[in-house]
Design a protein around this ligand. Structure first.
Ligand code: NAD
Ligand code: DAU
Length: 369
């Protein structure tokens, strides 16, 4: 059994992979807004369909070239990863980059294996090479891997996923994340690379790409479109406000024990149909639309193949060891999220129309997807 080493870590140069995606953007905003961090953030992102640099335009204006750097690159490209680790003297990697949408993994699993499995492997290998010192690793380096509760499979009506729940992934997405988790833990057990890992439940909040349930429903409600609910709408998810997730990740990076994994969740289970109905009320309250007219657009559609029935997470370990707890109630978080989409029409228009892709091509060139 490996010794856990020191839990305290004071990052200076943080590589955030996937920092142009939903959670990465929120994490970078959170980190650069903190008083206890005066280091630099290097956002390493391939800018796939899910990456949008416009989500960080204000951060770029305020901190670009001093405390914030954007590097377009693929996590599966070893040369490019080596370069960014060396040029920016990276001591901490916070690895969000992934193909993240279950539905896409069902129609096109290959990209999930490439980015989530090969990409994570490539980063681990590059970190192992860059951080070696003597027979081990430099002091103060850390590799934090962001994973999902979906690796644990599907629950019945009762029970919770704990850190000891055996892995039982059921979609190509969750299988690829499970494989990446196993690689991360293997690098701890085999080489002693100082890793931490978190398995989180469903996030929601600002900058969420509108292919996922909550932003898709909000925008469809505002545009009077149908609200597609899969199957009988009784699948259950545990929802966590994205800033609470960002805080959990930062707590783990700085205080988590190397070689440990932490579950992160909102303690906030909702059946999909009930959630969509509640969202209809909130959108109605904030726009003057009729909640009844919005609800009338709910349409039951063909179920997702292999649709996991229920996720629920026991996150008492991170509370006990690091003092983290979710702080934003679902009512508050949903209201903030609806207000954010209402107040960010330009972002929404660009994402919905694909205009942001043309902006990326003009500024960064095209990339094979
Ligand atoms: P997202 O799809 O919004 O963003 C993913 C980002 O990764 C994008 O910016 C994309 O351009 C980038 N990316 C994709 N392939 C890449 C590659 N090969 N090289 C470099 N960058 C690449 O995803 P998200 O919702 O922000 O999720 C972030 C992480 O959190 C993922 O690892 C996901 O599995 C995990 N997670 C997400 C949730 C959730 O509810 N969204 C919950 C638990 C865990
Ligand atoms: O649990 C964590 C996971 O949460 C993350 O690992 C994933 O990256 C993230 O995408 C999310 O996965 P889900 O599949 O749970 O999220 P999604 O928003 O796609 O769907 C949430 C639920 O809503 C799920 O039961 C399917 C259902 N759904 C989804 C969409 C897009 C619908 O009923 N209608 C829809 O149109």
């Amino acid at each position: 059994m490996r010794e856990a080493g020191s839990a305290r870590c004071e990052p200076a140069n943080v590589l955030v992979t996937g920092g142009a995606g939903f959670i990465g953007v929120n994490f970078i905003r959170y980190l650069l807004g903190r008083n206890d961090f005066d280091g630099r953030v290097i956002n390493y992102d391939a800018l796939t369909y899910a990456g949008n640099p416009a989500s960080l335009a204000d951060i770029e204006r305020e901190w670009g070239g001093t405390r914030y750097f954007f590097v377009r690159g693929d996590v599966a490209d070893r040369e490019a990863v080596d370069r960014v680790l060396g040029e920016h003297a990276i001591d901490t990697i916070v690895h969000f980059a992934a193909e993240s949408h279950v539905d896409r993994s069902i129609v096109g699993p290959e990209a999930f294996v490439r980015t989530n499995v090969t990409g994570t492997f490539t980063l681990l290998e590059a970190a192992r090479a860059a951080w070696q010192a003597g027979g081990g690793f430099r002091e103060g380096v850390r590799f934090h891997h962001i994973s999902t509760d979906e690796v644990y499979g599907s629950l019945g009506e009762t029970g919770y996923f704990t850190e000891e729940t055996p892995y039982d992934p059921r979609s190509p997405y969750s299988a690829s994340k499970a494989a990446s988790d196993h690689l991360v833990m293997a690098y701890w057990h085999t080489y002693g690379l100082p890793v931490t890992l978190s398995n989180c439940s469903n996030n929601y909040g600002p900058y969420h790409f509108p292919e996922k349930l909550i932003p898709l429903m909000i925008l469809n409600m505002l545009e009077g479109l149908e609200l597609p609910v899969y199957g009988d709408g009784r699948n259950v998810r545990d929802w966590l406000y994205v800033e609470d997730h960002a805080a959990a990740v930062w707590d783990i990076v700085r205080g988590g024990w190397p070689g440990q994994k932490y579950n992160v969740g909102g303690g906030n289970e909702w059946e999909n149909l009930r959630l969509v109905e509640r969202l209809a009320e909130i959108v109605a309250e904030r726009t003057g639309m009729s909640a009844e007219a919005i609800r009338a657009k709910i349409t039951f559609v063909r179920d997702r193949p292999g649709h996991d029935r229920r996720y629920a997470i026991d996150c008492s370990k991170i509370g006990r060891e690091l003092g983290w707890r979710p702080s934003v109630t679902f009512e508050e978080g949903l209201a903030r999220t609806v207000d954010w989409y209402l107040g960010n029409g330009d972002w929404v228009r660009e994402v919905r129309s694909g205009e942001y892709r043309r902006w990326i091509e003009r500024n960064y060139g095209t990339r094979e997807q």
